[in-house]
Design a protein around this ligand. Structure first.
Ligand SMILES: [Zn+2]
Length: 239
């Protein structure tokens, strides 16, 4: 039986001499794995379908519980991501996070749309802020959303505070005096609010603010999922 899915290629792992196993984020079937044969041979027709960020309609043959890619027509290759190392690593970081934050068998249609949108945004514009917005959104979809509201203990407003705490288990910012989270800056908090379309204090947005927000995300996502984000770490080193 053949099925067609719209998917973004998240990860490709070598398998046997010429094959790969792909992890695909699909609009219709959530995250799935599918084998693809012969793509390491020169001139293989479906080589593009095993490339990072490939956004295509994949034709899958299903045998029992296993899928094999038997055809694909590319919607968008996001070629510009391969000509700029910062954009490339930001896109890799998003693929890695999407993989870490999803399970096979659950609906991923919202994350799929956000992922396609992010890849287009990175191609044409600033990848840093787009990546942070995407990671915050992906965390919300996965049920690990970061709370950017008042201190949950004393209800104090945090928008004008210089020093805060970030509670990793709960995923919340608190004021400095409450809780026992790691120290975090008001800059990080305000950058995350800005990139979540919430009111924020402009004077707290510094040039390194986005890097600080990414550093917390680099720690928080593995804390929740157990998967290290190597590309995100590399991206932070680059910027
Ligand atoms: Zn408090």
């Amino acid at each position: 039986m053949e099925v067609k899915v719209n998917a973004v290629m998240l990860r490709a792992t070598d398998y046997k001499e010429n094959d790969k196993i792909l992890t695909l984020l699909t609009a219709e079937k959530g995250k799935i794995t599918a084998g693809i044969r012969g793509v390491k041979k020169a001139g293989a027709k479906l080589k593009f379908a095993a490339q990072p960020f490939c956004f295509a309609e994949y034709v899958l043959a299903r045998t029992g519980e296993r899928y094999t890619v038997v055809g694909a027509s590319e919607n968008e290759s996001f070629y510009d991501l391969r000509t700029d190392i910062n954009k490339f690593y930001a896109a890799c970081a998003a693929m890695e996070a999407a993989d870490a934050l999803t399970y096979e068998g659950e609906d991923c249609s919202r994350l799929f749309s956000s992922t396609v949108r992010l890849l287009s945004q990175i191609c044409v514009g600033d990848e840093r802020s787009a990546l942070i917005s995407y990671l915050l959104e992906a965390l919300r979809y996965a049920g690990y959303g970061i709370s950017l509201e008042n201190c949950p203990y004393c209800r104090k407003e945090l928008i004008n505070e210089n020093i805060l705490r970030f509670d990793f288990p709960a995923g919340v910012f608190t004021c400095r005096d409450c809780g026992d989270g790691e120290m975090a800056s008001g800059v990080t908090y305000n950058v995350m609010r800005k990139l979540s379309s919430k009111p924020f204090a402009e004077e707290f947005i510094t040039p390194d603010g986005e890097k600080r927000a990414l550093r917390i995300l680099r720690e928080y996502i593995p804390y929740k999922t157990g998967s290290a984000l190597k590309s995100l770490a590399e991206y932070i080193r680059l910027i």
